[in-house]
Design a protein around this ligand. Structure first.
Ligand SMILES: Cc1cc2nc3c(=O)[nH]c(=O)nc-3n(C[C@H](O)[C@H](O)[C@H](O)COP(=O)(O)OP(=O)(O)OC[C@H]3O[C@@H](n4cnc5c(N)ncnc54)[C@H](O)[C@@H]3O)c2cc1C
Length: 509
C-alpha cells in the first residue's frame, strides 16, 4: 500500500507528447527558464520546494518520478493502527535542514521525538543481548562507572579503549577507513562490538571501506583538536550541558510517520509533477557538446521511457548515481564512468506487529544491533513502538528488522516466506518470541544504499568538476554529500540556489 498521492490533481499540466517542444512560460522579458528535476524522493521534492520558494515566476519546474508514488526511500504505511516505515524512520536533529523544513511546512505540532526514557541500545554478543553502557556516545565512553561495569567489553578491551587518552594523533592527513580509525584509537574490540554494528550500521557500510571523512568528519575533528576522542567528547558534553534552551531529542519523526513530510511537501508544490515518468536519457538541445558556460547549450532534451520529451534549461538529477550515469552516458562518458564508481548495496526491512500480551520480552530499549561476527542474518532490530509513540495500536507492539547490507546481502534475494521464517527463528532465539505476528510488511531496497568508500569526498569533487562541463546539469542526492534526510534536504536547497543563480544569468544574457 503506497502513501496517498496528493499530486494527482485534475488539471495539472501534462508533459508534451512525442514531438520535442519548449516548455511555455513567460518572464517579464519574454524569456523563461525551465528546470526539470529527475527523481521524486526527498532530494527532488526539496529541490522543487526551495526553487519555488526562491525563484521568480519566470523560473518554472517539472518533477519526473519513475515510480507511481512520491517520496523515494520514504515509504510510510498506516495499516490497522500500525505506522510502518519501509525506509527511514526518523531524522537527525543536529543537522537542522529536516527540522527547519518541517517547521516551514507547518508540521511543528506533528514532530515526535524518540522516547528518551527508554533510550537503551543492546548489542548481540554470542547470541545474547548486552546493553551498550550508559554514556557511550556512538563508540566513545563518557561515563566511568557504567563503562567499567559493562559486560559488553572485556577487561583487556576496556583498557585498550582507555589508551585513547594517551595515544598520539595520526601524523598523516587525509581520509582513512572507519575501521582503521577506531582500531587505531580504541582497539579491535571497540570496533567489532560497537563501532562496526552501530557506526557502519547507520551507513549500511563495510567499516573496512567506509570513509571516515565522508561519514564521521566530527571524529577526525575530535582527534585533530583534542587528540583523545574521550577527552574531546567530554569537552563537547560539558559545552552542550552549558547551553540554555530546551534540548531536542537526537532523532525525530512525525506523528504519522515521515510520509507526512512527503505529503506536506507535495501539497505545496505548484510545478508540473509527473509520476510514472521514467527518464531514459538526456540530449543536448543544440546537438553539440558544451564545454563551458560561455559555450552554453540551449539546454537539454529529457527523453522519457514512454516516448515523451521535455525541454529543460537546467536538469537536476537526484536519482541513484548509477542511474544518473546511464542518463548522461551519451553526453559525457568519463563523468558516467566516475558516477558508476559509487557502489551500492541492497537491504530490506521487515516490520512485525504482535499482540503485547503474547510477548514476554520487556522491549526496554530502542532495539539491538548485530556485529558482523555474530552468525545471524539480521543487521539490527528496532523496537519501534518503544522508540516512538503512536506506532502500534493499543495492546500491540511493533518491531522492525534490518536485513542485507554489505555482509549479508544475499538475504535480500530470498523469497518473502523464507525471510519471514528465518527472522522469526532468530527472534525466537534472541528475544524468546514464539508468537505469531498479527502483521508482517517487507520492504526490499535493491541497490539502494550508496557506499561512501574511502576517498568518497575526492570522488565527489571530481564528479562535480566534470559536471561543470555540462552547463545546467546538476547532480545531487544521497549518492554524494550525505545519505541522511537532513543532508538530502540541504543538498536540494543548495542545488535550488545554484540553479537560480544560473537562471538569473541566463535571462540577463
Ligand atoms: C532502509 C533504509 C532506512 C533508512 N533510514 C534512514 C533514517 O532513519 N534516517 C535518515 O535520515 N536516512 C535514512 N535512510 C537514508 C535516506 O532515506 C535516503 O538517503 C534518502 O531518503 C534518499 O533520498 P533521495 O531523494 O536522494 O533518493 P531516493 O529516495 O532514492 O529518490 C530518488 C528517486 O528517483 C526515482 N528514479 C530513479 N530512476 C529514475 C528515472 N530514470 N527517472 C525518474 N525517476 C527516477 C526513484 O524512483 C526515487 O523515487 C534510510 C535508507 C534506507 C534504504
Amino acid at each position: 500500500m503506497n502513501p496517498p498521492d496528493p499530486l494527482e490533481l485534475p488539471g495539472r499540466p501534462q508533459i508534451e507528447n512525442t514531438t520535442p517542444s519548449r516548455h511555455l512560460s513567460h518572464s517579464a522579458e519574454g524569456r523563461t527558464f525551465h528546470v526539470v528535476i529527475v527523481g521524486g524522493g526527498i532530494t527532488g521534492l526539496a529541490t522543487a520546494y526551495y526553487l519555488q520558494q526562491y525563484a521568480p515566476p519566470y523560473v518554472t519546474y517539472s518533477v519526473l518520478e519513475s515510480d507511481g508514488r512520491w517520496g523515494g526511500k520514504i515509504v510510510t504505511e498506516n495499516i490497522h493502527g500500525f505506522t510502518i516505515e519501509g525506509g527511514p524512520d526518523s531524522f537527525l536533529t543536529q543537522k537542522p535542514a529536516a527540522l527547519n523544513l518541517c517547521r516551514e511546512l507547518g508540521l511543528e505540532d506533528r514532530l515526535l521525538g524518540t522516547n528518551e526514557a527508554q533510550r537503551k541500545v543492546y548489542v548481540l554478543l554470542n547470541g545474547r543481548l548486552r546493553p551498550l553502557p550508559d554514556g557511550v556516545m556512538l563508540v566513545i565512553p563518557t561515563r566511568f562507572t557504567p563503562f567499567v561495569t559493562s559486560s559488553l567489553i572485556s577487561w583487556p578491551g576496556k583498557l585498550r579503549m582507555a589508551l585513547d587518552l594517551v595515544i598520539p594523533r595520526r601524523r598523516q592527513d587525509g581520509d582513512e577507513s572507519l575501521a582503521s580509525f577506531i582500531r587505531r584509537r580504541l582497539g579491535q574490540e571497540a570496533l567489532d562490538k560497537i563501532a562496526e554494528p552501530l557506526m557502519a550500521g547507520i551507513h549500511v557500510s563495510d567499516a573496512e571501506r567506509q570513509s571516515l571523512a565522508a561519514t564521521f568528519p566530527r571524529f577526525m575533528e575530535l582527534e585533530r583538536v583534542h587528540r583523545s576522542l574521550i577527552k574531546g567528547m567530554l569537552v563537547q558534553k560539558r559545552q552542550m550541558a552549558r547551553r540554555t534552551g530546551p534540548s531536542l531529542p537526537l532523532f525525530m519523526t512525525l506523528r504519522d510517520g515521515l510520509g507526512e513530510l512527503v505529503s506536506a511537501l507535495c501539497a505545496r508544490l505548484r510545478g508540473d509533477m509527473h509520476l510514472n515518468s521514467s527518464v531514459v536519457h538526456l540530449e543536448l538541445a543544440d546537438g553539440n557538446r558544451a564545454t563551458s558556460w560561455r559555450g552554453r547549450t540551449d539546454g537539454y532534451w529529457v527523453r522519457l521511457q514512454n516516448g515523451q520529451t521535455l525541454h529543460a534549461d537546467a536538469v537536476v538529477l537526484t536519482v541513484p548515481a548509477y542511474v544518473a550515469a546511464t542518463l548522461i552516458t551519451p553526453l559525457h562518458a568519463t563523468l558516467a564512468h566516475r558516477l558508476r564508481s559509487i557502489r551500492y548495496v541492497s537491504t530490506a526491512t521487515l516490520s512485525l506487529g504482535y499482540r503485547r500480551s503474547e510477548l514476554d520480552h520487556p522491549l526496554d530499549g530502542f532495539g539491538f544491533v548485530v556485529p558482523r561476527r555474530e552468525p545471524s542474518h539480521l543487521m539490527a532490530c528496532t523496537w519501534t513502538s518503544t522508540k516512538f509513540l503512536y506506532r502500534a495500536p493499543a495492546d500491540h507492539v511493533l518491531l522492525r528488522v534490518f536485513l542485507g547490507g554489505p555482509h549479508r546481502e544475499d538475504t535480500v534475494a530470498l523469497d518473502d516466506e523464507r525471510i519471514l521464517n528465518l527472522v522469526r527463528e532468530e527472534l525466537q532465539c534472541i528475544m524468546g518470541i514464539d508468537a505469531e505476528p498479527v502483521l508482517a510488511r517487507l520492504h526490499r531496497w535493491q541497490n539502494a544504499n550508496p557506499q561512501y568508500d574511502v576517498g568518497h569526498l575526492e570522488r565527489v569533487a571530481e564528479i562535480e568538476k566534470l559536471a561543470e562541463e555540462l552547463p545546467g546539469l546538476y547532480l545531487t542526492g544521497s549518492a554524494f554529500r550525505g545519505v541522511g534526510i537532513p543532508d538530502c534536504i540541504a543538498q536540494g536547497k543548495n542545488v535550488a540556489q545554484a540553479v537560480l543563480s544560473m537562471a538569473m544569468k541566463h535571462v540577463v544574457h
